[in-house]
Design a binder for this molecule. Structure first.
Ligand code: ZN
Length: 258
């Protein structure tokens, strides 16, 4: 992966937004590779393809690219709220690349990948409706809240100007694959429990550790009166999918903390 961006592409354009678009797209077309298979390139889709910017020529995996010239913070501005929520329910979200580049040097600083099956409804934040005076008055967009994505599903391809090896990236992606097999309507719970478990930062933990987050789950799932049962059930799902090992009753070990 060449982290120097093709700045020459900007020469034909006047507006900073257009320059940024052609340079980032030019870089992505030449340097992005598929994390889901061994393809060394991705194909740009026609410009009017909604929400999908690239597709793998081998496995057809869809990708969206969000670029910014500021550091990647906790929130990524995405499309319409309803569209995103429906895409999650229908299991149609594309894999997301988030690119941070240095505008002065035209260099890639950070590149993050969120696999398509790692988005839960809890990671989608409703934005304020556009003002009545706006062209699309009342339109409601959304943010992707990165800290609501499980830590191991925020896969770095480039970190602080240093590229990871494609082998490492593909291995990180492969480890998460079992989540893809879960039904979309059940996966949100699994992802939320998995995020909380990873956030504990422990090699071993107890059901009680996770119950400490019951207030958060009550907020995420209002109306669910069986939060603790649901948490236990999801810990079993994570066990069945190879993420956790049971140690004794109510005690679990992370399978991949190595
Ligand atoms: Zn592929």
């Amino acid at each position: 992966m060449n982290l120097v961006m093709p700045a020459e592409a900007a020469a034909d354009y006047k507006s900073p937004a257009q320059k940024a678009r052609v340079v980032t797209e030019g870089w992505a077309s030449r340097n992005l590779y598929c994390p889901c298979c061994d393809s060394t390139s991705l194909n740009a889709t026609p410009h009017n393809t909604e929400a999908i910017d690239f597709r793998c020529p081998d496995c057809a995996s869809p990708f969206q690219l969000k670029s910014q010239n500021s550091a990647i913070g906790n929130r990524i501005v995405d499309a319409a709220y309803d569209t995103m929520m429906r895409a999650i329910r229908e299991d149609r979200t594309p894999n997301l690349f988030v690119l941070h580049y240095d505008r002065a040097a035209w260099r890639v600083r950070d590149l993050l990948l969120v696999p398509r099956f790692a988005f839960s409804a809890s990671a989608v934040e409703k934005r304020k409706p556009l003002a009545p005076t706006a062209r699309r008055a009342g339109w409601v967009g959304c943010n992707i809240v990165l800290e609501h994505i499980p830590p191991d599903a925020r896969i770095p391809l480039v970190e602080d100007g240093v590229a990871a090896s494609p082998r490492e990236v593909r291995e990180s992606f492969r480890r998460l694959r079992p989540l893809q097999e879960l039904r979309a309507e059940e996966r949100g719970w699994t992802l939320d429990v998995w995020r909380v478990v990873q956030g504990l930062g422990k090699r071993e933990f107890t059901n009680d550790d996770v119950y400490g987050f019951v207030p958060e789950f009550e907020r995420l799932y209002p109306g669910n009166r069986h939060i603790r049962d649901k948490i236990r059930q999801q810990l079993q799902v994570l066990r069945d999918r190879g993420f956790l090992t049971p140690v004794e009753r109510g005690v679990w070990a992370m399978k991949r903390g190595d």
